[in-house]
Every structure is written in C-alpha cells, then in structure tokens.
Design a binder for this molecule. Structure first.
Ligand code: AMP
Length: 319
C-alpha cells in the first residue's frame, strides 16, 4: 500500500527522489538518484563494478513510454534484485540532422524520473550538452565513433550523420556508466545491429540485449514522437503496421521469392493512399548482415520509414 509520498532532495549537481511506501503499516524508503554530472556517474559505475554489482543500462532520449519501460523491466530481470539499473535520459544533438526535430523533441524529466522510480531504477543519468560535449578547454569535442558497414543503408541513407551521433553517444555512455549489459529496443532494428557490431569491434566488455517492439492496442509502435500525431494524423500512422502485415501476407502466400522492387512499389502506393503519408524508404534485408535482398522470402527482415505529415515514423518486422 502506497502512501504516495515523494520527496525530492537536490544537491549541487545531483538529486535524490525518495518514495515512501508502507508495508504492514511500517514506512519503507526507496531512493533513486538523478545524476547530472559525468564524473559522478563514472565514479558510481566504477564503485559498483568494484563491489561486484551487476549493472544493467537502458539508454533513452526520455519522454518515456511503456516501450522504454519494457526495456527497464528486462534490465531488472537480467541483473536481479541485487543488481543496479541505470536509465540515461539525454536528447543527443549529434544524432539529429540540421533539418530535424532536435529543438522540439518532447522532454519531461520530472515525469520520466517518476516513472523510473516506479520501475525500481537505481539511477537516472541525465547530463546536459555541456557535460556530454564540452566546448571549453583545448578546442572542445572532436572525437567520433563511426560504424562503416551496417550504417550505410536505410536510416543511414536518409539521415547521413545519424548513426555517427548514435555510436558516439552510446560509446560515451558505456564508458561513463560501465554496465555489464545494455538493453536496446528492436523498434530501432538497424541501430541495435550497429551497436552490437560496435561493441564487438571495439571490445566493450558488456552484453547487448535486444527487446521486442511494444505497440499501442491498434498496432502503432510506441514512440516519443507519437505525441506529434494530432487529430487526423494519428489514424493515418497505422499505415506502417498495415504495410508490415501486407508484406507478411504477400510473402507468406507466395510459393516463390517475391521481387523486392515489385513489393516496394505496391507498398508505396498503398502507403501514399493515406493523404498525409509519404514513404521515405522500405527495405527487405538479411537479419544479421542487413544486406538488401533483391527477392523477398519468409524469415527476412523488413523495415520502413514513413512521414505522417512532418513526423517521421519507423517500424520493422520479421517476415
Ligand atoms: P529513444 O528514446 O527513442 O532513443 O529509445 C530508447 C530505446 O528505447 C531504444 O533502444 C529504442 O529502440 C527503444 N524503444 C523505443 N520505442 C520502443 C518500443 N515501442 N518498443 C520497444 N523498445 C522501444
């Protein structure tokens, strides 16, 4: 039974959220730290490693939804009740293109912190840009991590600097938090593959776990950007899920491989029947190598990006 009490104590950089619950009439205090500085997070990560705690990490850009929380629960299950779960909340500017929605990306740290507290997270790491990309000192920030094979197609083609920003910030976050494992969502299928490759290639000592896509009741993949889908845009966003299902049905029914070009053209027509929808790309590819397939068979992966009005949404499935 919860007394519903939340206390927040702020120190110079960091703060602590306490939840006061009662169990059999006795009050219990749980604390979750909100760490704002890189140095403090790194110290904490190092001390946990020395003490032998297993640390599970979920990197996010915040404005949390059930999809994010499913990754948090997965991290908790994997590290166990004695382990530590860290969620980072950081809208990383280097992964946004100049014409993209960085400045209007939705943010609500107070709500996110509350959701993390309810999900038994130990630490929310929420640095600002000056912490992550300092401009002071000898010339500022000038080192980037680039994956050069898996990042070429799909998102990499539509958003040319996107994955450089992702791999750089994820590498930094791994060095700061020092987790034993990190959980990513299959919602960003290509991103998860690239992060796995980076971890292997650069010998990061941690395991990458990929968790399934969580969807709204009508099939729309959960996303912080769904907030932009107001009025008539929201129902039109269902074309993504319906396209996945349509392709699944075509491939399932066909006794022969289906030419990818034909299927792409059919899907483009289908998608753009919705007045606000514009196809950015649809691709069929091998699940491990992300190699585009000229003809499509069951077991391959499909991914697509569609603009609904000004909002760019992505989705994917196994066929
Ligand atoms: P974001 O905050 O959008 O950068 O996402 C942070 C993490 O949550 C990424 O690993 C995403 O793949 C994952 N994620 C986002 N939406 C979903 C979803 N609907 N289901 C599962 N994971 C998700």
């Amino acid at each position: 039974m919860s007394l519903g009490g939340i206390l927040c104590c702020a120190h110079r950089h960091d703060s602590v959220l306490y939840r006061i619950d009662s169990c059999a009439g006795l009050p219990h205090f749980w604390a979750m730290r909100i760490v704002r500085s890189v140095a403090a997070m790194q110290r904490l990560g190092r001390s946990w490693q020395r003490a032998g705690f297993r640390v599970g990490f979920v990197p996010t850009m915040g404005y949390l939804h059930e999809g994010h929380l499913s990754l948090v629960h997965r991290a908790r299950r994997l590290v166990g009740p004695r382990g530590k779960v860290v969620v980072s909340i950081y809208v990383n500017p280097t992964q946004f293109g100049p014409q993209e929605d960085l400045s209007r990306y939705p943010r609500d740290l107070a709500r996110d912190a509350w959701l993390c507290r309810e999900a038994d997270v130990e630490v929310v790491f929420a640095p600002d840009d000056e912490q992550m990309y300092p401009r002071d000192g000898a010339g500022g920030f000038s080192t980037f991590v680039v994956e050069e094979a898996l990042s070429r197609g799909m998102e990499g083609q539509s958003r040319p600097t996107h994955f450089r920003g992702v791999t750089t910030v994820v590498a930094k976050l791994f060095n700061i938090v020092q987790p034993n494992l990190a959980v990513f969502g299959a919602k960003d299928y290509q991103q998860a593959a690239i992060v796995k490759r980076m971890v292997r290639d650069l010998n990061f000592p941690l395991k990458i776990v990929v968790a399934p896509i969580l969807r709204e009741a009508d099939g729309l993949a959960m996303s912080s950007r769904n907030k932009y889908l107001v009025g008539a845009l929201r129902p039109q966003a269902l074309v993504l899920r319906r396209s996945l299902e349509k392709a699944q049905a075509v491939v399932c029914k066909s006794s022969r491989p289906v030419p990818a070009a034909r299927l792409k053209a059919e899907l483009k027509q289908f998608i753009e029947r919705a007045p606000a929808a514009r196809l950015d790309y649809v691709e069929f590819f091998e699940r491990d190598t992300l190699t585009p397939a000229p003809s499509v068979t069951r077991g391959m992966q499909m991914a697509l990006a569609v603009f609904i009005g000004k909002t760019r949404l992505i989705d994917n499935t196994r066929l």
